[in-house]
Ligand binder design. Structure first.
Ligand code: PNS
Length: 157
């Protein structure tokens, strides 16, 4: 069975992330979306809130689940029986950081392969930070984030 993890902060999940989840779910028997609960960051949404939003969006994808994790990604992958880490790449600007993380994860545990998927071009300019920035100044969020996320952001800000 091919099991993959798709990790991230997802603060909040964007249409770009959702596009990667949908496409990756077709390539693996099981896909686990890993929401990082990073104690060093001050997120807009708690890890539980971020997971709730993702759970609402993956309801129609039977082989996809979502869990919160803290600590090392390779440990989370191991706990879930995954052998692949899925990451999305938007632009060349993402590459350097992602390349470093992929090599670091490989050094931590050579069992893991990182598989990169190019983000659909129509989402390549979207990031969680941009979504939060637009929300802060009351800009139009439609097209950037899923509807349940837009509602939660509006409730929060
Ligand atoms: O959405 P993000 O914030 O770019 O995701 C980054 C994430 C969660 C994939 C990365 O920070 C991570 O894997 N953190 C877990 C800690 C870890 O394993 N660090 C070593 C590899 S970078």
């Amino acid at each position: 069975m091919r099991v993959a993890v798709y990790p991230g902060s997802f603060d909040p999940i964007t249409n770009g992330h959702l596009n990667i989840i949908r496409r990756a779910s077709k390539l693996y028997d099981r896909l686990i979306v890993g929401v990082l609960d990073n104690i060093n960051k001050k997120p807009l949404f708690s890890a539980i809130e971020r997971k709730e939003m993702i759970d609402e969006l993956i309801k129609d994808l039977p082989n996809v689940s979502c869990d919160v994790f803290s600590g090392l990604l390779v440990d989370f992958a191991k706990q879930n029986g995954a052998s692949v880490i899925v990451k999305g790449l938007r632009t060349v600007a993402d590459f350097e950081y992602e390349f470093q993380m992929a090599l670091l994860n490989k050094a931590l545990d050579p069992e893991y392969e990182t598989m990169f998927m190019m983000t659909d071009s129509k989402y390549s300019y979207i990031s969680s930070s941009m979504v939060k920035e637009v929300a802060k100044y009351k800009g139009e969020l439609e097209g950037l984030a899923p509807f349940n996320v837009i509602k939660r952001i509006k409730d929060k800000i």
